[in-house]
Design a protein around this ligand. Structure first.
Ligand code: PGA
Length: 260
């Protein structure tokens, strides 16, 4: 696992955006796995800026999002469909017909989960999977004890995840109890994984993911099994790591080396 510890929050966001931009520029038909959540908002802002101000084009990209709430329609303001439209899609030149999120309002969520996996396969698999991490170590909505071989399916959210996401729902609404999420196995199939984690609230989960055992109790630790996983951190998110000197020695301030 490549661990990049950047000097500041902004530097971590910029580093991640530049890696995504390089990936997109370097391929004729990139297939991006996308994530949602507060951490990703400044990242998508930065990508939109790169699109506006440089030659970065998303016209040839396909995208697959990690997850969506069950029972929430795409036009609900707290849906991840809405999040993606507002945070990224409407600001760039992406072809919306090539953007995919699981439909949480599908009549049969099991059929929807299977069809989502089939659509990823039909696109040739995900070339770069962007990830955040939950305070409990989840990736996507793969909550602790998720099978490390799991595929897209329905998951029951933990109370801590529901509490973290309650802010996005109205005072009279109940935060969803279930989500459709890519599985840990689906994520591990991506040819490259790129995680962005910032802030001290993520420090314990980040330490468990990078330096703890590979365990379903911390689903993000499955990234230790991936041959091409990069984790971009600010100093606050890196604060729980024991081997910081080594990571800084390999990639000072998260910068690239001549072997990258
Ligand atoms: P956050 O969510 O960016 O809102 O902290 C990350 C996650 O739960 O994966």
């Amino acid at each position: 696992m490549k661990v990049l510890i950047c000097k500041s929050h902004d530097a971590a966001v910029e580093r991640t955006a530049n890696m995504i931009a390089a990936h997109v520029r370097g391929r004729s038909a990139p297939v991006l796995g996308l994530a949602t959540g507060g951490t990703m908002l400044p990242l998508y802002e930065r990508l939109a800026k790169l699109h506006r101000e440089t030659d970065l084009s998303f016209a040839d990209c396909s995208t697959f999002n990690l997850d969506e709430y069950v029972g929430i329609a795409p036009d609900h303001p707290a849906s991840y469909h809405s999040y993606m439209r507002e945070a990224l899609f409407r600001h760039v030149d992406i072809d919306l017909r090539r953007t995919h999120l699981p439909r949480g309002d599908a009549d049969d969520v099991h059929v929807e989960a299977e069809s989502f996996e089939a659509r990823i396969d039909a696109a040739g698999g995900i070339s770069l999977q962007l990830l955040g991490i939950g305070q409990n170590g989840h990736i996507g909505f793969n909550e602790p004890t998720s099978s490390l071989g799991s595929r897209t399916r329905i998951k029951t959210l933990t109370e801590s995840t529901r509490t973290a996401n309650r802010q996005y729902f109205g005072p009279d609404e109940t935060a969803p109890r279930y989500a459709l999420t890519m599985g840990v196995g689906t994520i591990l199939n991506a040819r490259e994984c790129l995680m962005l984690a910032t802030g001290s609230s993520k420090a314990a989960a980040v330490a468990a993911m990078i330096e703890g055992p590979v365990s379903a109790v911390c689903p993000a630790s499955a990234l230790q099994l991936h041959a091409r996983a990069t984790v971009v951190l600010d100093r606050d998110a890196a604060a729980g790591l024991r081997l910081t000197d080594y990571y800084q020695h390999v990639h000072p301030n998260g910068e690239a080396t001549r072997f990258d």
